[in-house]
Ligand binder design. Sequence first.
Ligand code: SAM
Length: 243
Amino acid sequence: VSFGYENVTPQEKTRRVGEVFSSVASKYDIMNDAMSIGMHRGWKDRFVKRVKPRPGEQILDMAGGTGDIAFRMADRGADITVADINQDMLDVGAERAMDRPASDETGSLVFTCQNAEEISFASSSFDAYTIVFGIRNVTFKDKALAEAYRVLRPGGRFYCMEFSTTEWSGFKEIYDVYSDKLLPRMGQAIAGDADSYRYLVESIRKFPTMPEFESMIRAAGFTNTKVEPILGGAVAIHSGWKI
Ligand code: SAM
């Protein structure tokens, strides 16, 4: 099945991605639980453990959507700027933020509409940059990586979690059937939208392999890059440092 978004102009691709997330925004959190049978919560906990947010740090959570990563990092005392290109996703995130219990130790949360390819913040503004299940939706990934590098201060760290390609052969076949058959049906049943979930499957398949993506991160200027595969690489955490 092809959503066909690679055969259109960059502007059209960005517009279609916008439509996908506006369409799923209100059902986004429930769909994540259903699609990953709750596993995304564990992946996100693991990711934030790797980032090690500290009280008082300034962290940019790009493509932060409805706030899952931002909330976990704010709970560790870091001040989080949640940036996303889609206002509908940010609105759900801001609503969730208001419903959350906060203590004196909880870091601040600011929501801002931004394109990862062209961030409005000054250079060297952040201690860390995170992007989770976001970069595969960005039209020009190299531009987004260059911008991540620019807004980080020297000594700042970059962490990205994204769907990648599993290298476990048996699991690969099951995952393919799940992606082609089950996922769009679940999208239809829960969010009333099979096409958006077909797009998600296609964007995962088109995403660079783990070593390819690691070299893109290096090309943007990051050093000490690392990859941590989860489920054989079905999900991967990439990281790097701006020295
Ligand atoms: N990080 C959140 C999480 O893990 O739950 C949300 C991930 S959601 C799958 C992907 C997000 O990327 C959407 O909210 C979408 O609007 C955002 N996005 C897509 N293209 C973007 C871009 N060019 N700049 C910023 N955000 C973008």
